[in-house]
Design a protein around this ligand. Structure first.
Ligand code: HEM
Length: 394
């Protein structure tokens, strides 16, 4: 399989590769449109054009056999009622997505805007008064943990554990390495918790999770679908946003001239968020299964083969972006793949943007400079982000 394509034995999930994946992506982009990864037994799509085309063609690049990089997890995500929105194709996907997106539409979020903005202002005021703090834990976690986890509405113990479950789930989506093996029992704990605790009577009334059961009552989904759909709120709603927020502040700390631009003109904040997510995409890539023989630039991807779709590489493709390695808030990065594209484009992106905008706007009013202290990356099979980012603010 893949014998006519360029081949690579690159490993993308060692500590070293996770710390600096970008040179590896660059080599893959140079090698070809579709490169056979001998260490993964799948193709890599690393160029912007091909990533966008694959994500825009869900009938050919299917999610319903899982989007992970190992068979064990993909099999678990492939049952008729498994996998939730992330791991399904139309028509099931469209039914599930309509249910999951109800509290996340711009109209629904308009009701949350004031609460999020007020909370961001209050929290930033407190941190700025402290002068020195860890962006990763003290700043970026606050809104996802206090507001989003409450809106999801799990029983108390679950709310506390969401921050363990999300990164473990993303680790399990990776290849079978030590990180994946360590995370597997945590994921199993989450699955057990969901089946025992995420039931009516235990969930917060009116919360997003409880709303899924209302869809069961209306006959739109089966109870089994409902349990899997819980994962769509539990797994991608916290760490993605936390990592994106920390990366944005880290970039501004490293590029004070960009922070000056935003402070003078806060209307550039939405554009700056796109630019930060482009440059430091929290989700680096997911896989798809090819449903029919499909040719990309002379390489045939056979029916049934798997392709790793590298959003983060597309976001630094020199064929698409001028100066792709540069952080520039004047860049129009709207077409980036950091929130995906097409049918599976991130359903929570408006919420993530709202949270990030509120924090950056509150900081822009109060902080002239971020002085970086200790910075440590958090290593995860599928996520890129910083686990510790100490700053002193001036
Ligand atoms: C900066 C923060 C975030 C980033 C970078 C991000 C990234 C992504 C990406 C790349 C996808 C596409 C997956 C694919 O192509 O298969 C996605 C899908 C998804 N995201 Fe996000 N996400 C973020 C925040 C959120 C939040 C806050 C929520 C929930 C409240 C959320 C829920 C989802 C769900 C449910 C899907 C699956 C949608 C579907 O398959 O139709 N995400 N996200």
């Amino acid at each position: 399989m893949g014998s006519t394509s360029p081949e690579s034995d690159v490993e993308l999930h060692t500590d070293e590769a996770l710390l600096d994946p970008y040179p590896r992506y660059k080599t893959l982009r140079k090698q070809g449109a579709a490169v056979w990864l001998t260490q993964y037994n799948m193709f890599a799509l690393s160029r912007y054009k091909d990533v966008r085309e694959a994500l825009g063609s869900p009938k050919i690049f299917s999610s319903s056999k899982g989007i992970a990089l190992n068979d064990r997890v993909n099999e678990a995500l492939s049952g008729p009622h498994s996998g939730g929105t992330l791991c399904s194709d139309a028509p099931r996907h469209d039914i599930l997505r309509k249910i999951i997106e109800k509290p996340l539409t711009p109209k629904a979020l308009a009701q949350l805007r004031e609460r999020i903005t007020t909370e961001a202002e209050k929290h930033v005021e407190k941190l700025v008064a402290k002068k020195s703090f860890d962006v990763a834990t003290e700043l970026s976690q606050h809104l996802p943990v206090t507001i989003v986890s409450e809106l999801v509405g799990l029983p108390e113990e679950g709310r506390e554990r969401m921050l363990d479950w999300a990164p473990a789930s993303f680790d399990c989506f990776g290849p079978i390495n030590q990180r994946m093996k360590t995370a597997l029992p945590v994921l199993e704990g989450m699955t057990k918790y969901v089946s025992q605790q995420c039931v009516l009577g235990k969930l917060k009334q009116g919360g997003w999770a409880a709303m899924l059961w209302e869809a069961v009552d209306r006959g739109e989904i089966d109870p089994e679908d409902c349990l899997h759909l819980m994962n769509d709120y539990l797994v991608p709603s916290l760490d993605t946003t936390i990592f994106a927020t920390t990366s944005a502040i880290w970039l501004f700390a490293k590029h004070p001239e960009q922070w000056d631009i935003v402070r003078k003109n806060p209307s550039l904040i939405p554009q700056a968020i796109n630019e930060a997510v482009r440059l430091e995409s929290p989700i680096q890539g997911f896989s798809r299964v090819v449903t029919q023989d499909h040719e990309i630039e002379g390489v045939t991807l056979p029916k049934g083969s798997r392709a790793l779709v590298l959003y983060a590489s597309a976001n630094r493709d020199e064929q698409k972006w001028d100066n792709p390695e540069e952080f520039n808030v004047h860049n129009d990065a709207r077409g980036h793949m950091g929130f995906g594209f097409g049918d599976h484009q991130c359903v929570g992106n408006n919420l993530a943007r709202l949270e990030m905008r509120a924090l950056l706007a509150a900081l822009a009013k109060r902080v002239k400079r971020f002085e970086l202290g200790t910075v440590e990356r958090g290593l995860n099979n599928m996520l890129r982000g910083i686990a510790k980012c100490e700053v002193t603010v001036h």
